[in-house]
Design a protein around this ligand. Sequence first.
Ligand SMILES: *Cc1c(COP(=O)(O)O)cnc(C)c1O
Length: 425
Amino acid sequence: MSEQKINTKCVQAGYTPKNGEPRQIPVIQSTTFKYDTSEDMGKLFDLEASGYFYSRLQNPTCDMVAAKIAALEGGCAGMLTSSGQAANFFALFNICENGSHIVSSSSIYGGTFNLISVTMAKMGIDVTFVSPDCTAEELNAAFRDNTRAVFGETIANPALTVLDIEKFAKAAHDHGVPLIVDNTFPTPVNCRPIEWGADIVTHSTTKYMDGHGACVGGAIVDSGHFDWMAHAEKYPGLTTPDDSYHGIIYAEKFGKEGAFITKATSQLMRDFGCVQSPQSAFILNLGLESLHVRMPRHVENGLAVAEFLSGRDEVVSVSYPGLKGDRYYEIAKKYLPNGGCGVVSFELKGGRKAAEGFMKKLKLAAIETHVADARTCCLNPATSTHRQMTDEQLAAAGIPAGLVRMSCGLEDKEDLIADLAQALA
Ligand SMILES: *Cc1c(COP(=O)(O)O)cnc(C)c1O
């Protein structure tokens, strides 16, 4: 059979029951697993045999869902984490250590920005931020001898910039390091970064993948393309013996396709324990089964709302990569031909007062810090996430006081537009 379409993978990948087995993925609600002999178990501890022994490292339910996400992204291996934050931390820390340097797009999720610029800095890992719109020369100039990874978001949350994945992948590979792309907003239904040269893909599954605002979670997928051994001096963690596993060399023993995820699981998960629960993984999988049906509706609603708002006098500007005239419209056509996501941001005339009054009048769209689930919600950064900042500071950060971020859900677009119209009136 030829390679399955993404729609089929959303429904079927990751678990194929055998004769008489449960149709839905079983929730293996067990911390531990039983073995007949200590020898059997010893082989697992030595990574000589694969199997389960403790759910902090691996759990069958989580692995089935990780395998589905890996299949959706076109990767060779995947793992679930407790959150998107844990996924991005593990993806970076798996190949960076004290003394390493990261090149990152400056247009990324605030939590990831803090993670890299504050917390990882305390671990002795430096970062150089570059604009996602930088030239190839500017990008190349950001690299140093100790650069170990390049990072960006396909569609950035909340700025809605679109990453030129090929440009970032080329610069990364010219410098012998992998590109890590956070693909949370478009999901693999709308963009598969590995097809454009990304080496590792991360997700906050909390967003569209779950899609119902039910469970916090994350995922990492490895393409299996990056040749760690060819850059062995940069990645001693993958290419020299791991003393905590009797001298195993991950890149040698597990090859290009197995090294990254095996190390992240057996080292980072063992030591940090940011596991996703099997219950959460089961709920995430329910979301994944309809991801390909939901994403087109999020896109349809996002575009309809963006088009409506861009024609209104009360609105200064609208950002939505799928909207004609948007700064990222052309690049979005290349990387997101079927649309990106349902998140739209717009600036209202009249600053934070206007935004506050407008949001108070909304009936369908709820005020939440969340994005990317079935119910439409919105947020005014100036009066919530960024409320400690003055109007001047907000302007300097590129977040006008009247900015509203709206995450269009799965409702009927006519109802969403009617809600906006009455709130603007
Ligand atoms: C929400 C988000 C994260 C963080 O994910 P959590 O699941 O909240 O930890 C990371 N990246 C992006 C793009 C996000 O939107």
